[in-house]
Design a protein around this ligand. Structure first.
Ligand code: ATP
Ligand code: MG
Length: 283
């Protein structure tokens, strides 16, 4: 039995639940529930506060967890990443009011900086030989400069719209973060089979998110040309059509290039192009 910690509500919650479900885990996630048994996998889900999870994993209360790198960095705990999950992408940045001049981190010398991430900020300041006055606040950090509480902030940014609304400009990125699957090192040894089983499922689901399945018809004398456009897993599958001199080609393509690939395939004579979703991809 493994214990999996996820955020009980907040930005990581939906994506974490969805990932676990796509990994085939059947979970009861009624609102307000703190613990749930997985019905078809020897696992229990613990719904916890994001900022508490690193310590729960470090001391073995939870064996694994879905967490942003930023919280793990902040808590300075000894837990290991098993997999980058590709969601909750953000960065921890220094921002100052639009009107202030800022040419380098040296401009933070002697300034007041508000943040919810003091440990990460201190180590950044130390690396840059800067002494500043760090104010720890737990929420609404972006309001600190306009109420006179700080000269700068150090906060998470994703689209930048919160900074924009508060007349702040992003100046320096301290770290980039995304959600990872983390584990307790001892649990990884003791429960390796189960943890690896889940990691493997997650990897297959995450990988599949970047690909689409493509199939189309093509005259036989254009197969080589069409194949050279497809960066598939190995090489495309070729199935002869009943109509003479024609084949159907099947492959996977990177989602990011779907439209470019379709354009190129059309140019070399592909017809009846179908693109469909890949839900799991095992290589
Ligand atoms: P909790 O309330 O559970 O203790 P929290 O208030 O830090 O934690 P959220 O604000 O829901 O939780 O953020 C959870 C995680 O989502 C962050 O730690 C970060 O990894 C990620 N994240 C992604 N984009 C952003 C963003 N723009 N602002 C804040 N967090 C973000
Ligand atoms: Mg919160």
């Amino acid at each position: 039995m493994i214990k999996i910690a996820i955020q009980k509500s907040g930005r990581l919650y939906e994506d974490s639940i969805q990932l676990l479900k796509e990994c085939g885990l059947s979970i009861d996630n009624a609102k307000g529930q703190l613990k749930a048994q997985v019905r078809n996998f020897p696992a229990e889900i613990l719904y916890l506060r994001n900022s508490d999870i690193p310590n729960y994993v470090a001391n073995g209360i939870a064996d694994i967890a879905i967490l942003g790198q930023n919280v793990v960095e902040e808590k300075e705990v000894n837990i290991h990443s098993l997999l980058a999950l590709g969601f909750s992408k953000c960065r921890l940045s220094i921002a100052t009011p639009n009107a202030t001049s800022y040419s380098s981190v040296k401009d933070l010398e002697g300034k007041k900086i508000a943040t919810s991430y003091p440990a990460t900020l201190y180590s950044f300041l130390q690396k840059n030989n800067i002494t500043a006055d760090v104010h720890v606040i737990n929420g609404s950090v972006e309001i600190a400069p306009s109420i006179g509480l700080a000269d700068a902030i150090c906060d998470l940014v994703s689209s930048g719209s919160t900074l924009f609304k508060n007349n702040l400009t992003e100046r320096d990125i301290i770290l980039n973060s995304e959600a990872h699957l983390y584990c307790n090192p001892q649990s990884y040894n003791d429960k390796n089979d189960l943890i690896e089983k889940l990691r493997f499922r997650m990897e297959s689901v995450i990988r599949a998110r970047n690909f689409s399945y493509v199939l189309f018809n093509i005259p036989n004398d254009k197969i080589d040309l069409a194949s050279s456009i497809l960066p598939g897993l190995k090489s495309p599958t070729i199935v002869p059509l009943i109509e003479e001199h024609w084949s159907s080609l099947h492959s996977v393509i990177e989602k990011a290039n779907t439209w470019e690939t379709i354009d190129e395939l059309k140019k070399v004579g592909a017809q009846g192009i179908l693109i469909s979703k890949v839900s799991k991809m095992v290589v």
